[in-house]
Design a protein around this ligand. Structure first.
Ligand code: C5P
Length: 218
């Protein structure tokens, strides 16, 4: 694959609801980078599985991901807890990960010309997808803080789910994402840990910006 030269690449991994998406969006806006929320692709496939249980084949996934437009990832239906659970199940599958990998590589290394680079967030971005990224962050927060944040998001979306159910669901997903065989979530030595438990969005971004500016200005 042809890679655009001299672009800024930012790789972020995090457990669910740690604030990685928020920070990735702030980074993309400030530095004019193309943003890809890779979890949304797994959610898209997870929903595909829920909608086509009997006809769910690798061919279907390949075709759907091959034709996937970024706009389709903004679908609110992808935000439900059922879709998140389904996504984390299908994400264990190596063949499916390989299909998603191709799509992500294009976004990461060949972002549209109007952008100065790319920022991707997910579970295997610092370990597999963007190993050679210019910046690597591992964003984390305690399980309780994450569950509270996700619960508030669901409330805003009018989703009927209790705090306890959110907590349980995140705990199960954390375990599955960290212990799976292919592309497990883990912090690497060469990534910078940002713990968002006690930090505001603004304070978090300030930290990240300081790290990035130091390197970019050199
Ligand atoms: O980030 P989000 O919660 O939307 O991700 C949904 C699920 O997709 C995760 O729980 C994980 O199992 C899977 N995923 C993944 N690799 C990524 C991004 C997400 O396996 N790079």
């Amino acid at each position: 694959m042809k890679k655009r030269k001299n672009i800024i690449t930012v790789a972020i991994d995090s457990p669910a609801a740690a604030g990685a998406g928020t920070q990735a969006k702030l980074i993309s806006k400030y530095y004019n980078l193309f943003y890809l929320d890779t979890g949304k692709i797994y959610r898209y496939i997870g929903k595909l599985k829920l909608d086509n249980n009997k006809n769910f084949t690798y061919n279907l996934v390949s075709k759907e991901v091959g034709n996937l437009k970024i706009k389709q990832l903004n679908n609110k239906a992808l935000l439900s807890n059922e879709v998140a659970i389904s996504a984390s199940k299908i994400a264990k599958n190596k063949k499916i990960r390989n299909i998603v990998h191709k799509y992500q590589q294009k976004c990461a290394y060949n972002p549209p010309k109007k952008y100065k680079g790319s920022v991707l967030d997910g579970r295997d971005i610092i370990t597999v997808q963007l190993k050679d990224a210019m910046f690597k962050f591992y964003i984390s927060a305690s399980l309780k803080v994450r569950a509270k944040r996700r619960y508030e998001e669901y409330k805003d979306l009018d989703r009927k789910i209790t705090y306890k159910e959110v907590l349980k669901s995140l705990r199960i997903r954390d375990k599955s994402d960290k212990e799976r065989k292919f592309g497990p979530l883990k912090k690497t030595k060469d990534s910078i840990l940002i713990n968002t438990s006690k930090l505001s969005k603004k304070a978090c971004f300030k930290k990240i910006k300081a790290i990035m500016d130091r390197k970019l200005k050199n």
